[in-house]
Design a protein around this ligand. Structure first.
Ligand code: NAD
Ligand code: G6P
Ligand code: MN
Length: 440
């Protein structure tokens, strides 16, 4: 089997070590002979990199390892670029969340006004990575999970239509694992599902037993109606805020009991509840900085100080194995069925061809083949069209540096009540994002 050279872009991410451990666990199906890290923040990346270097040495994997902030060194000679950058890092996420909350609107990483501001930053960073890859390793594939994936996908589709890039999200996988637990299946791999929508904005229209084809929707519906995606004790996720999200799926499900909602729909369907429930002084970014980020960086520092990872609490990010599934499908033409964010081109028959939709695809070495979804109901179609138009307007605004288009995008977002409020939020976002983007 051919061995691949992997570049992780955003090497200083809180997810880097988990992905490296997961790659190590999957070498039998996806052999790797080199892992490189690239980040534009050298000191931050170095902490993660030095710890990963020790982990790799102790596992005697034989994998070559290096890290750099130099694009040419990083992007030359690689087969896959796995990209998880966060332009502006968590302090900018905090602003994305808190500015809309100041005006009583949803403040979230990828949804509503926060997602729009993050999108404007992310387009710049992701295009830079795409261009480096195209310049230095033109045959490589970029697997992007940098957020907000919907806006980033729309931007790369329009601005780099020939780029070798796939966009993927772990939320549906995580929800399918919850569905499997609810239905007493070993894992999501035992289910066969149909899903459609935009990233962080979609629904399952079918959930079946993969072996027998049995329709599992009625049994699942009986549970989700009462408990959402949590179990009967109300537990679905370790962290409190994520657990609440899994329970809240019950309310989104109530709107259309014939399909199962992505958890992110709570921000659009129950924006008022979300606002009432989150503190404008302590947002999710604060939780992540005090939780995941602090934990990862202190564990990495401990590994460096002790010169060994034998006592580390860092663990494999098993649920990130979808990234290996995708890379393996491309490298070895497995034709695996996966949810990807791709141009619609008729997959949803009553939706725009050029919209970037999240649908099941068969993935091989020569591209992906999206499966046909057919016509979707009026409720979902209306919501999707509104959100898709927001995302298109953001990309227009980025290209044209247009205040007008960005104001329209915010006004159209279901999370913002009026053009007046949209303008107030926009003016604050412009001020906060000066270093990253401008509109006139
Ligand atoms: P983080 O801030 O810890 O790490 C991001 C890293 O990217 C930082 O080290 C930063 O310096 C680096 N970076 C920023 N801009 C860069 C650029 N232009 N070039 C190179 N490096 C750059 O963030 P995190 O919490 O680990 O999340 C990383 C990303 O992964 C985010 O976009 C997050 O939303 C995304 N994510 C997506 C999914 C999904 O479902 N698609 C799942 C998990 C995380
Ligand atoms: C889910 C989403 C991601 C998001 C992640 C982390 O997995 O699919 O897109 O980045 O959650 O969210 P958090 O709030 O924990 O940083
Ligand atoms: Mn996601």
């Amino acid at each position: 089997m051919k061995k691949s050279s992997i570049l992780i872009a955003g090497g200083g991410s809180t997810y880097t070590h988990g992905i490296i451990l997961m790659l190590l666990d999957n070498l039998h199906r996806f052999p790797v002979d080199e892992i490189k890290l690239y980040d534009n923040d050298g000191p931050r990346q170095e902490v993660v990199a030095k710890a990963c270097e020790i982990i790799l040495r102790e596992r005697s994997s034989g994998i070559r390892f290096s890290y750099t902030t130099d694009a040419e060194t990083a992007f030359t000679g690689v087969d896959f670029v796995m990209a998880h950058i966060r332009q502006g890092k968590l302090p900018m996420r905090e602003k994305d969340e808190k500015i809309p909350m100041k005006y009583g609107c949803v403040g979230q990483e990828t949804c509503g006004a926060g997602g729009i501001a993050y999108g404007m930053r992310s387009i710049t960073g992701v295009l830079e990575i795409v261009d480096y890859m195209t310049q230095y390793s033109p045959n490589a594939w970029m697997l992007n999970y940098s957020n907000p994936a919907a806006i980033v996908a729309e931007a790369t589709h329009r601005l780099r239509p020939d780029a070798r890039i796939y966009h993927i999200c772990d939320m549906p996988i995580s929800i399918e694992e919850a569905m499997a637990r609810i239905l007493d299946y070993r894992s999501a791999a035992d289910l066969e599902t149909r899903y459609y929508g935009l990233n962080h904005f979609g629904w399952w229209s079918s959930v079946r037993d993969k072996a027998t084809g049995e329709d599992l929707m009625p049994r699942l519906a009986a549970h989700v109606r009462q408990f959402g995606y949590a179990d009967e004790q109300g537990e679905g996720k370790e962290e409190i805020s994520w657990n609440e999200t899994f329970v809240k799926a019950r309310d989104s499900f109530a709107l259309d009991p014939s399909s199962f909602p992505n958890t992110y729909l709570q921000y659009y369907l129950y924006g008022d509840d979300m606002v009432a429930h989150t503190s404008p002084d302590y947002s999710r970014a604060n939780e992540v900085m005090a939780g995941r980020e602090r934990f990862v960086f202190s564990e990495c520092q401990k590994i460096i100080d002790e010169g060994t990872a034998v006592n580390t609490q860092l663990t494999i990010d098993e649920h990130a194995s979808y990234i290996v599934d995708l890379a393996q499908a491309i490298a070895f033409n497995t034709k695996r069925r996966m949810l990807l964010i791709v141009p619609n081109n008729g997959a949803i028959s009553n939706f725009d061809d050029d919209a970037m939709v999240e649908v099941p695809c068969l993935v091989g070495s020569f591209g992906v083949e999206p499966l046909t979804i057919g016509a979707i109901p009026a409720f979902q179609r209306g919501l999707l069209y509104q959100q898709y138009s927001v995302e298109k307007l953001v990309v227009d605004a980025w290209i044209e540096k247009s205040y007008q288009k960005l104001w329209q995008a915010l006004t159209l977002s279901k999370t913002i009540p009026s053009a007046r409020v949209a303008k107030q939020i926009l003016d604050d976002l412009i001020e906060a994002n000066q270093e990253y983007w401008t509109v006139e």
